[in-house]
Design a protein around this ligand. Structure first.
Ligand code: TMP
Length: 236
């Protein structure tokens, strides 16, 4: 398999074409971004930690019957994934109130959300990822009604699987964001799952073990990611 030219560079990952049109290489950089690219820093080892963390989670989900784009780890910073047509929407589930939900609705940070909340956001940094609903997605053609239903179904299934995985390792999966794409007509989980795109708190102390450490300048960002990885058994 041959690595070819860069297809796309995001805020933290780059995508490279390969000699197989169905496969691309996802390259995890050390760049760390928050507030839609307003705050960007390089954090040593982040690319490697997130690549290996993501590989572990994607394989875990795949084994549980969730279709994912993940094919295999290539090296410390790169993974081979399916070349998908990404849908420009972000699927968020919240089990505990935090972040933009508290700012938007004035609810107390840390409040348990039962049943969990599901929210769609438009993937658009210039517009600061505004919250949207299913009608926006259909009217503007960002995804079909069928794909919307599938994304919701998969995001909830993933919530059951990952909430348990982290709970068994002494952590609370507060919230997370997923992105999906279409591969040969099927809705498939894409992008990444890592502490960059979720909130994880220690179940006892409620210590933040995710990108909020970076957003809030708490320090120990990668050390926290490594701690989570170690607790769930990610080989780093
Ligand atoms: P929020 O509280 O900022 O709306 O974010 C909810 C969760 O989704 C949190 O774990 C961070 C994640 N998220 C991203 O990683 N990227 C995004 O662009 C958005 C909107 C959320």
């Amino acid at each position: 398999m041959e690595k070819r030219q860069e297809l796309y560079a995001g805020k933290a990952k780059s995508v490279y074409l390969t000699d197989d049109e169905d496969l691309v290489i996802l390259s995890f950089r050390d760049d760390t971004s928050a507030f839609d690219g307003e705050k960007v820093e390089q954090l040593s080892r982040k690319g490697e930690v997130n690549n290996k963390f993501n590989a572990f989670i994607m394989e875990y989900l795949q084994q549980a019957g969730i279709p994912t784009h993940f094919e295999k780890l290539l090296n410390a910073n790169e993974a081979l994934v399916k070349n998908m047509e990404m849908m420009p929407v972000e699927c968020v589930i919240r089990n505990v109130a935090a972040g933009s939900l508290c700012r938007r609705l004035g609810v107390e940070d840390g409040m348990e959300l039962n049943p969990p909340l599901f929210e769609f956001f438009l993937k658009n940094d210039a517009l600061h990822d505004p919250m949207i609903n299913e009608y926006h997605i259909e009217t503007f053609g960002w995804a079909s009604a069928e794909s919307v239903a599938k994304m919701k179904e998969l995001t909830f299934k993933i919530n059951d699987l990952l909430s348990k995985l982290f709970a068994d390792a002494g952590m609370i999966l507060v919230d997370y964001k997923l992105e999906f794409g279409l591969f040969k007509g099927e809705v498939v989980l894409g992008d990444e799952f890592s502490p960059d795109g979720c909130r994880l708190w220690d179940a006892e102390t409620r210590k933040k073990l995710d990108k909020d450490r970076f957003r809030q300048g708490l320090g120990g960002v990668i050390e926290a990611y490594e701690e989570v990885a170690k607790r769930i058994g990610v080989p780093l």
